[in-house]
Design a binder for this molecule. Structure first.
Ligand SMILES: *Cc1c(COP(=O)(O)O)cnc(C)c1O
Length: 393
């Protein structure tokens, strides 16, 4: 018999009743060090007092009123995102994939509006993940996500990750844009090099293409800068942001330059819930914390410490973990043993992580961790690796 909850997830048999900072407390009373953060969502940890206060105060005032009316906190959040990014304008939605969808529509609309309606195709990378709507699985192009859902949305071409020659060869008179994650998360934490991102900017300018970054996972401070592409000094025309922006409240944003958003006029796109007062109160509170003096510098410093300590761990247990990769606090441990088994072992020892493609275990701690959390994580990792049957040979 089918469960009442549609069985589309492979779930761990564990439930939580509360969270505090970097810890989750399970219904069985156990405490877990949360280096999963609900897949890079609870970036400020659980029950952050500033976020709780913002949500509670807003909950007593106004939840929803529709985008038929002005929403002052939405205007404020948009202005703050604009002031702290390449963008001039922002559309708010509820989930990462909706921000991606908005960006795809914007890219097509731009070319339609500027007299090139034949340009609708978007070049995407192998290993990409952009969410689960029809357009997004078509953009992702991974069989495991598309199988059985054909016909897919037309207009997405795929080229090898980091291969500029292949990308240039894929450009035709129908190409409208390039969609890239500066750090691929789901497929195993793969970083697009600064040179590659600069190359994408150059080729986009050369052919009049929209450069569209998916920072749903790597944005909002996760790499130690507000947005991951800042490390490369390369700005996109369009960007999708979600996960960390609401700290656990469902909210997302599609940011764009004024030039790119030329076709996004009244009536062309919309969302009932997108940017409602409740979501905006929380997202503004998240931004208060992330933009606070020294916050991102501290994130970067703690990420450096964690990375150093992990490199040391790998030297000690090459038969379990073969490589550390990633940027800031979006970290991948390439496993020499099955990644799901390492994740299960870590969980048994009290630490939550997220498996990814390419046999990687992802570490996505909240940005608020301190040295004590790093030491605790290394202790659990060390014990988990040391107990592996093949030892540390
Ligand atoms: C999670 C994710 C998405 C999809 O976000 P949802 O909120 O699940 O729709 C898109 N792109 C990337 C890079 C992601 O990590």
């Amino acid at each position: 018999m089918i469960p009442a909850v549609m069985p589309t997830y492979r779930r761990v048999d564990l439930a939580f009743e509360r969270g505090e900072g970097a810890y989750l407390y399970a219904t069985d009373g156990r405490r877990y060090l949360d280096f999963a953060s609900g897949i890079a969502v609870t970036g400020l940890g659980h029950a952050h007092p500033h976020l709780v206060k913002a949500l509670q105060e807003q909950a007593a005032k106004l939840w929803h009123c529709s985008n038929l009316f002005r929403i002052p906190d939405q205007e404020r959040l948009a202005e703050r995102l604009v002031a702290n990014s390449f963008a001039d304008t922002v559309f708010f939605s509820n989930s990462g994939v909706e921000a991606i969808e908005c960006g795809i529509k914007l890219v097509r609309k731009y070319h339609d509006e500027t007299g090139n309606p034949e340009r609708y195709r978007i070049i995407c990378l192998e290993g990409a993940f952009h969410g689960r709507t029809l357009a997004a699985i078509s953009a992702g192009g991974q069989d495991k996500h598309t199988e059985g859902f054909e016909p897919l949305v037309d207009g997405f071409d795929h080229v090898g990750f980091g291969n500029m020659g292949e990308l240039r060869a894929a450009i035709t008179g129908e190409t409208a844009g390039i969609l890239v994650e500066p750090v691929q998360g789901e497929s195993g934490v793969r970083i697009a090099s600064p040179e590659y991102l600069a190359g994408l900017r150059q080729v986009a300018d050369e052919y009049g293409l929209m450069l569209f970054f998916d920072e749903v996972q790597c944005g909002m401070g996760r790499t130690g800068k507000l947005f991951a592409h800042e490390w490369a000094g390369v700005a996109p025309d369009v960007m999708a942001v979600a996960k960390g922006i609401g700290g656990g409240f469902p909210v997302a944003a599609c940011l764009a330059t004024e030039a790119a958003a030329i076709g996004m006029t009244a009536g062309v796109h919309g969302s009932t819930y997108g940017g409602n007062p409740l979501a905006m109160a929380v997202a503004n509170a998240v931004l208060d914390v992330i933009l606070d003096d020294g916050f991102l510098e501290r994130t970067e410093a703690i990420a450096r410490l964690l990375r150093e300590r992990l490199e040391g761990l790998v030297e000690g247990y090459p038969a379990v973990i073969s490589e550390v990769r990633g940027a800031g606090l979006l970290i991948g441990l390439k496993c020499a043993v099955p990644n799901t088994e390492l994740a299960a072992r870590l969980r048994e020892n009290g630490m939550l992580t997220v498996p990814a493609g390419d046999n990687v275990v992802r570490l996505l701690p909240p940005l608020i961790i301190d040295e004590s959390h790093v030491e605790q994580a290394l202790d659990i990792l060390g014990r988990s690796c040391a107990a592996w049957p093949s030892g540390n040979g």
